[in-house]
Design a protein around this ligand. Structure first.
Ligand code: NAG
Ligand code: NAG
Ligand code: NAG
Ligand code: NAG
Ligand code: NAG
Ligand code: NAG
Length: 703
């Protein structure tokens, strides 16, 4: 049976009267604008890891680059002066094949970072601002990462993968012994067997601190690393995530998932505090909370520790409440910000009087400032996704933001005027001449008679007298959102630049519209979202006479790939489909995925009869006999979230029924295609597929 409740025989409003007919004033002069292609996408310099100096005069950050000729990547550390014209230069020399990362300031003249640089593993190095001299500080044989420094503690914290009861170097020795065993079999007695893209071995990413001081004029480690979580009295293997020192340096706070037999179906993650010298076991501040806690942050005066807390057991997309712990009174209270949105990170202001937070809000990941006294919650940024921030003065914040039209870029935000001054320029020469739209938003009545938001982009060279094909992109998650943010994987501007209208819909389940909207997708994967998607696309077509209704294609990954299979069983409106790492069967994917809590919350547990019925109700596998639309399937071997068999099953159903189809397989990618050349290949096949079925000439990979 087909649920063809959405008409595909729509007519656009009277020509040139629709909301999306007249070219908006901010479209470029096409004769002076070039196409943004996947070649540009992989050439973008990726900026990350912002660290501001203790005197707020400099910012250090990492820069990643790809050399297409040698197929190599590299990463170095850049330095920007925050006074004057924001000049930036290399702090460590860039070289393809090397990676300097995790910059932290030890003092006003010294940045520590991790690198290999000829040492036996990834180690701690320093670079001096005055002479750019690089010194090796640690010489461990086991890699360290994620540096955090406290001048008050004179300790540097890092993460290293170690065996139970073994230290950093001892773990490298043990790993060497294990790799020389004459057999390869590994025994498991509980889940996880694998996670994301890795089989679980015998090591865990544990948190260490090591004393560090200036000896004979240079920074040296002055003791042995101490494992801060070794004394934890629960199941072995606590893996700290966000790590922060208390301002007095005495303690370290971190969030960590509770390890043990229930790991695969529990989301419980606690906030812990531990002495920074490891002299006592970590203590949980959230022992009774069954959900996930994250993102701890101390106030500069050390009187409070804030974090984010979900309360529903097993629900990874529950609302993040902001919790405030009074460190003296030893009391926790929830900060009621008067809404049901879900911040993803928090930071106290320098004067301890407000809390900055980054929150999905409509189509942005926006920076907000909550004032404790007035209880005002002020949105400071718009049109972008804020990624990292650091307050440098009472009225200024340095932040990384990205949007649909620019990748991660540094800005100086004036808090009172909310003006954002762009201060990094690494990608200007590459991107300035190109068509990069920040999209146009629209709203329509979707499922449950509620407002649903979407975004659209105009095709490159848009001429209102012509017709263009439509690329309909469907987000994954499903509890995430299309935002005005940059992506190296699903970048809508790639499609608009190939001559497509691009349409995206934040269907029920999307974040950024309050918690009830997020919650509504559970056990409803094929209903509200499908209705919203079809309704939103129809709305767009009514408003855009230039959109060719006979040349619509739909693409999606993960849940978006589930939805492609679901769409395929329920409508023939699309000329072609692209399913990347999508669910084939809600039942088989339960048994093969790693994070069972997600499946159990969203779809149910297959051996509980009424939940099985819900899983079956929205199982795309039931509708494969309806499949007729040419479909490209993309799946990767290291995808343990939705394993390769889901993609192979989809391809089997297509091939066995004679539906035009192709499989693009990556042996060395996970749920995401990350390697730049694989990204180029991905784009070649994906754009080639939708180009072929819409009679559109598109970009092709050239070697
Ligand atoms: C990229 O790699 C090629 C081949 O190894 C080399 O000739 C070229 O100089 C490299 N480009 C840069 C910018 O380093
Ligand atoms: C680091 O240790 C290696 C042996 O693992 C040694 O060969 C090397 O000289 C040491 N480097 C430094 C800078 O201490
Ligand atoms: C906030 O805390 C820091 C660190 O203790 C302190 O230097 C500063 O004076 C405090 N500011 C206010 C306004 O209390
Ligand atoms: C920030 O904005 C305010 C209000 O518009 C203005 O008075 C002030 O000069 C600005 N500060 C900076 C550093 O630009
Ligand atoms: C495909 O497009 C070309 C020009 O772009 C046109 O000449 C041709 O008729 C089109 N073919 C179909 C089947 O629409
Ligand atoms: C686009 C998007 O979904 N951004 C963020 C929304 O918030 C969650 C956490 O609540 C983040 O994980 C997402 O990256």
């Amino acid at each position: 049976m087909k649920l063809n409740f959405v008409s595909t025989l729509l007519l656009c409003a009277v020509a040139n009267a629709g909301q999306f007919d007249a070219p908006p004033a901010d479209l470029p002069d096409w004769s002076k604008t070039q196409q943004f292609t996947p070649d540009h996408l992989v050439a973008v310099k990726r900026l990350d890891a912002l660290a501001v100096s203790p005197d707020n005069k400099y910012a250090a950050y990492t820069q990643w680059m790809f050399n297409r000729t040698s197929n190599k990547v590299g990463r170095n550390i850049r330095l920007m002066s925050l006074s004057g014209d924001y000049p930036a230069s290399d702090l460590t020399t860039f070289a393809f094949g090397t990676s300097d990362t995790s910059p932290v300031w030890l003092d006003e003249n010294t940045v520590a970072f991790t690198a290999v640089r000829g040492s036996p593993a990834s180690n701690i190095f320093t670079v001096s601002l005055t002479d750019k001299k690089i010194s090796q500080v640690s010489n461990y044989t086991n890699s360290v990462s994620s540096l955090v420094y406290s001048a008050a503690a004179k300790r540097i914290a890092f993460i290293s993968d170690v065996y139970k009861g073994l230290g950093v170097d001892e773990s490298a020795e043990k790993a060497e012994e294990e790799s020389n065993l004459p057999y390869s079999g590994v025994v498991y007695d509980h889940l996880f067997v694998r996670h994301w893209d890795t089989y679980i071995g015998k090591t865990r990413a544990q948190l260490f601190t090591v004393p560090i001081d200036v000896v004979d004029g240079k920074y040296s480690v002055t003791g042995k690393p101490v494992n801060l979580v070794e004394k934890y009295d629960g199941a072995w293997g606590l893996e700290p995530n966000t790590v922060v020192f208390s301002p007095d340096g005495k303690n370290v706070a971190f969030d960590a998932k509770i390890p043990g037999r229930e790991e695969a179906w529990s989301t419980k993650a606690d906030i812990f505090v531990v002495p920074s010298d490891g002299s006592q076991a970590p203590v949980s501040l959230t022992p009774q909370n069954p959900g996930a806690c994250s993102a701890p942050a101390y106030s500069p005066d050390g009187t409070r520790l804030a974090w984010l807390q979900m309360v529903t057991p097993g629900y990874e997309s529950d609302r993040n409440r902001v919790m405030i712990y009074d460190t003296k009174a030893n009391q926790v209270s929830e900060l009621d910000m008067g809404w049901t949105y879900s911040p993803s990170s928090v930071a106290f202001s320098q004067d301890n009087k407000s809390l900055f937070h980054i929150t999905n809000y409509s189509v942005d990941d926006a920076l907000f400032k909550y004032d404790f006294d007035t209880r005002a919650n002020t949105q400071l940024t718009q049109g972008s996704s804020v990624y990292m921030m650091s307050q440098i003065s009472s009225n200024n914040v340095i932040l990384f933001a990205n949007s649909l039209s620019y990748p991660n870029t540094l800005f100086n935000l004036n808090i009172s005027s909310k003006a954002m001054q762009k201060i990094s320029t690494e990608n200007d020469a590459l991107l300035d001449p190109l068509y990069l739209s920040n999209a146009y938003t629209f709203k329509f009545k979707g499922s449950l008679d509620e407002d649903v938001e979407g975004m659209m982009m105009y095709p490159f060279g848009y001429d209102p007298t012509k017709k263009y094909p439509v690329a309909f992109l469907i987000h994954g998650g499903p509890q995430s959102s299309w935002v005005r943010g940059w992506s190296y994987r699903w970048n809508p501007n790639v499609h608009s630049n190939q001559g497509f209208f691009v349409v995206v819909i934040n269907f029920h389940g999307s974040t950024g519209y309050g918690q009830a909207f997020v919650d509504s997708i559970a056990r409803n994967w094929g209903s509200h979202p499908y209705f919203d998607l079809m309704k939103g696309l129809d709305y767009f077509l009514e408003q855009a006479c230039g959109a060719d209704q006979d040349r619509q294609v739909a693409l999606g990954a993960s849940y978006g790939g589930y939805m492609i299979n679901w769409i395929h069983g329920h409508t023939d409106r699309f000329k072609a489909l692209v399913n990347h790492d999508g669910t084939f069967s809600t039942v088989s994917s339960y048994y093969s995925t790693e994070e069972l809590y997600f499946m159990e919350h969203d779809l149910g547990t297959p051996w509980i009869p009424e939940e099985r019925a819900q899983m079956e109700q929205y199982n795309p596998e039931h509708y494969v006999t309806n499949w007729k639309t040419p479909t490209l399937v993309v799946h990767s071997e290291l995808d343990y979230r939705l394993p390769i068999t889901e993609g192979l099953s989809t391809f089997t159903a297509l091939q066995r029924q004679g539906v035009p189809s192709k499989l693009l397989y990556f042996p060395d990618e996970n749920h995401w295609v990350l390697q730049p050349f694989n990204s180029l290949k991905w784009h070649n096949e994906v754009i080639g597929w939708i180009g072929k079925y819409t009679n559109t000439t598109v970009w092709q990979l050239t070697l």
